[in-house]
Design a protein around this ligand. Structure first.
Ligand code: CA
Length: 647
């Protein structure tokens, strides 16, 4: 059947019609065409007239009705969306969002209706389902989604697999800590047979790039992921029944009228709009107000390099001293404080932090009945009565941030737990970092006190396995385009020890340069950064590197991609106030020479300081003059990096 792309009904909003409705971005380059073929709703996406997604399926199969087959299009309504907002926890501080909106309503054989809402901005398309109340029926279970993404055959993928459930450390997976495939064939099977977690990046040959993720996920739906590639399509997949130790449904329940989360499709002919997208935040709104704004800041933590044995009063005071000496705002007191220091002694430790001008962050396990975790405190965050009592104890003892670890997966029940912890913490003036967790999906904006989530092979893996040290540069070149593009990323990095141990003489060997480590402090974005620095670094690490770490900010007014290719190298510029931090790393085997064009940042004829890895030389702060052209030549060593700080 030949598809008519532009039915005349396009011109008559709100009028019932046949098939073929399109909506384009304000600049007209990104076009979504929706249609119905043989009773199935479909859509396709093009950019500058080139197909980026071929006809891809839409629809929901629910216990109330089947909205995947026998569908006809009955209505469409157009409008414009325009909003501006400020946000200090992501890659930009001010966002102006303009999109064209199209709501297409479909009816099935039983005259039951469902709508698909589209918003199309210049480089971002997004859709969600709007489900009205169905007569007397106000409760619905969504059994599966037909929603899918059908890429042109020549597309290659940059994806990370969804883990098996109930495997790994104390049966805590899945927690978004798996390896990536890069530039791999479209039909590359996932590692565990459960598909791939969001976000997923796709290179549509020489036409451009597509980044897929979802946003607006809360306690009213599950988090989803992509299925394996089957019959020419990646389909939205729900959690595995085994997650959360089998507790809770894998199928989301919705009260009607209701809506699903947004699925977002970032599309461009180059990688800059992928690295710079703000679509996950533009589609959501804050869910509550807080009595004070979330606090960004830098911190130290003993656990990352000194590990479990450092959970004692003396070592914690040593790391409070380190935070104070670096001028940092925070000390993260990690697992085991309740047993090894004890609740009765905590006021002494917390008081010591306070007297040194350092704010404490305390660790908790989320569990609970969904894993075998013994790291404590446990059984405090999973149950509302105990949790509220604990929040009060925290507030009474001056703790204004917690880190909650080891969540049970992506089911709706677990999404509700995240939301419960965040909202209870907000009531007590407490910010929250999640670890061992899912990808946050719009949460920086939805939950004002959300200040971090791991959901990545974070710095701890450098301690756990040499393979992660060997792959450190490779992973660093992926995150700005993929994981860290769609959400903050609590990585806990910048490690200066050459060996991953307290004595700096045993354990895994760091492959990357000191300036590489500085670059990651800029590349990896999270408003609360707990750096992996240790007291010996103050005397053993080149002074220029320590000085940089004393001054590096954790909030950004703007983020721009300068150059890069995921898996090979990346150069990213972030602006704090009037100062640009331009950071680059190289994961390739050969030195990389680049002429950075800083004129696109508006930088011409300026001065700056460069910190760079050089052969057999320590990192120093070296003056650079930026010529009238704004072009700055740099060389990045293999496993090396640089940062330019403008004046
Ligand atoms: Ca982890």
């Amino acid at each position: 059947m030949k598809k008519s792309l532009f039915c005349f009904c396009l011109l008559l909003p709100g009028v019932a019609f046949g098939t073929g409705v399109s909506v384009s971005s304000p600049d007209g380059r990104l076009v979504v065409v929706t249609d119905v073929e043989a009773g199935k709703p479909v859509y396709s996406v093009s950019y500058d007239g080139k197909t980026m997604l071929e006809k891809s399926p839409l629809g929901l199969k629910t216990d109330v009705g089947d909205f995947t087959v026998g569908m006809t299009c009955v209505d469409s309504v157009r409008s414009k969306v325009s909003k501006s907002y400020d946000q200090d926890k992501i890659k930009k501080s001010h966002i102006d969002y303009e999109a064209n909106r199209l709501v297409v309503t479909y009816s099935n054989h039983n005259s039951q209706q469902i709508s698909v809402e589209w918003q199309v901005a210049d480089n971002d398309a997004a859709f969600r389902y709007l489900i009205p109340r169905q007569g007397d029926t106000g409760a619905m279970v969504v059994e599966r989604e037909a929603s899918g993404f059908s890429f042109p055959k020549e597309t290659t993928v940059f994806l990370t697999s969804q883990s098996d459930a109930m495997i790994g450390w104390k049966r805590t997976k899945p927690s978004y800590e798996e390896f990536y495939v890069t530039d791999a064939a479209l039909d590359t099977p996932s590692q565990f047979g459960h598909g791939f977690t969001f976000p997923g990046l796709f290179r549509v040959a020489d036409r451009g790039w597509v980044l897929l993720t979802e946003t607006g996920v809360d306690g009213y739906y599950c988090a989803s992921h992509l299925s394996d590639y089957k019959d020419g399509v990646f389909t939205i997949a729900y959690p595995m029944p085994e997650e959360n130790n089998g507790n809770g449904s894998a199928s989301p329940g919705i009260a009607l009228p209701g809506a699903t989360p947004w699925r977002t499709i970032t599309v461009a002919d180059n990688l800059a709009p992928v690295a710079e997208t703000t679509i996950p935040w533009s589609l959501v709104e804050p869910r509550y107000e807080v009595s004070r704004q979330a606090r960004p800041g830098r911190g130290t933590w003993s656990w990352i390099v000194w590990q479990d044995n450092s959970m004692n009063m003396a070592d914690q005071k040593t790391f409070i001293d380190l935070a104070r000496d670096l001028g940092y705002e925070n000390i993260l007191i990690d697992a085991g404080w309740d047993q090894n220091i004890g609740y009765d002694k905590m006021p002494e430790l917390l008081g010591y932090a306070k007297s040194n001008g350092v704010r404490p962050i305390l660790w908790y396990s989320s569990s609970g009945h969904w894993n075998d975790i013994v790291q404590s405190p446990t059984n405090k965050m999973d149950r509302p009565i105990v949790r509220k009592k604990e929040m009060k104890w925290l507030r009474d003892n001056g703790v204004e941030c917690i880190k909650v670890d080891f969540f049970g997966g992506d089911k709706q029940e677990t999404m509700r737990l995240y939301e419960d912890i965040l909202s209870d913490a907000a009531d007590h003036g407490i910010d929250v970092i999640f670890h061992g967790c899912t990808l946050p999906r719009g949460w920086e904006r939805m939950y004002p006190n959300h200040v971090g989530s791991e959901a990545v092979f974070a710095s701890e893996n450098l301690i756990f396995g040499q393979v992660f040290c060997d792959m450190e540069a490779f992973h660093a070149t992926l995150h700005p385009f993929i994981r860290n593009s769609v959400a903050l990323m609590e990585y806990g990095g910048t490690v200066f020890n050459r060996r991953m141990s307290r004595d700096n003489n045993s354990g895994n060997i760091r492959r990357t340069g000191d300036a590489f480590q500085l670059a990651t402090a800029v590349l990896f974005q999270n408003p609360v950064q707990n750096f992996a620095l240790t007291p010996n670094n103050l005397t053993e690490t080149p002074p220029a590197a320590i000085d940089f770490m004393k001054s590096v900010p954790t909030t950004w007014d703007d983020t721009r991609l300068i150059d890069g290719y995921p898996g090979r190298y990346v150069v990213l510029a972030r602006r704090h106030g009037d100062t640009w931090y331009i950071a680059g790393v190289n994961a390739m085997k050969e030195p990389l020479k680049l002429n950075l064009d800083l004129s696109k940042l508006g930088i011409v004829s300026g001065r700056g300081v460069i910190y760079a890895d050089r052969k057999d030389k320590d990192v120093e702060a070296i003056e650079v003059k930026i010529k009238k052209t704004g072009v700055v030549p740099v060389e990045i060593l293999p496993d090396g990096g640089f940062v330019i700080v403008t004046k």
